[in-house]
Design a protein around this ligand. Structure first.
Ligand code: C5P
Length: 232
């Protein structure tokens, strides 16, 4: 898999989502389907978007006992998505179970990545709510190494962590990074943002971009700008 821009389709209905995708008459963007759309429309929306020729990152962030995650991953595997994910906090055993569940009888499987620490969690919340007192960067690297040890293909992380993750886990360990904004854009609720060009320079493999594309007056032009800045 090469470098690419993944559009976060954070819509709550099939109608909105398909109307958005209908604008893309040329190449078919890589699409992220998150909990909002999946819980609203179920697996049918995954099949429909896949049938339209898009690659799909199904961002459901599974976190449960290993057996439940394994069986759920087997279901997701049959949807033929390209990337799916779990929380690294579920432990190495849970991540190994996820890989097992995802692997089809012929040995193929979608890519599997782990969420390290959500970018909405800061040092203070981690210490206060989770009783984790190590520096957050160390926790993120530790979780990334756990994901690698469990046989996963990469992590979701902030673009600022991408270079360190590659250093610790190898250049072919994928870094999928949200929190991307154009230099002249509005950061919204994202705290630590980076431009597509900066994310590229720091070594992100995939950038996940939502509102800078979905809320743009011309989403196709915004997507193409993003591609140009990230890939050129
Ligand atoms: O609209 P925006 O570009 O901020 O969307 C970013 C997408 O990436 C959203 O779907 C959000 O849920 C997701 N995400 C994130 N930070 C994480 C993990 C996922 O922003 N740490």
């Amino acid at each position: 898999m090469g470098k690419d821009v993944i559009i976060a389709c954070d819509f709550s209905s099939k109608e909105q989502t398909l109307a958005f995708l209908d604008r893309f008459t040329g190449n078919k963007p890589f699409i992220k389907i998150g909990m909002e759309l999946f819980y609203a429309e179920g697996p049918a929306i995954v099949r429909e978007i896949k049938a339209r020729g898009h690659r799909i990152f199904l961002d459901l962030k599974l976190h449960d006992i290993p057996n439940t995650v394994k069986r759920s991953m087997a279901v997701l595997s049959s949807l033929d998505v390209d990337i799916c994910n779990v929380h690294a906090a579920g432990t190495i055993a849970m991540m190994q179970a996820a890989v097992e569940g995802l692997t089809r009888p012929d040995g193929t499987r979608p890519l599997l990545i782990a969420v390290t620490q959500l970018t909405s969690t800061d040092q203070e919340a981690m210490e206060r709510d989770l009783l984790i007192t190590e520096p957050i960067e160390k926790v993120v690297m530790h979780y990334a190494k756990n994901a690698k040890a469990a046989g996963l293909d990469g992590v979701v992380c902030s673009p600022r962590e991408a270079a360190k993750v590659h250093e610790a886990c190898g250049g072919d360990f994928l870094t999928v990074t949200p929190g991307v904004r154009f230099a002249d854009g509005d950061a919204g609720d994202q705290k630590r943002v980076m431009t597509p060009a900066a994310a590229r320079a720091i070594g992100s493999d995939y950038i996940v971009v939502g509102r800078p594309i979905t809320a743009a007056p011309d989403p196709v032009a915004a997507y193409e700008r993003c591609l140009a800045e990230f890939l050129d």
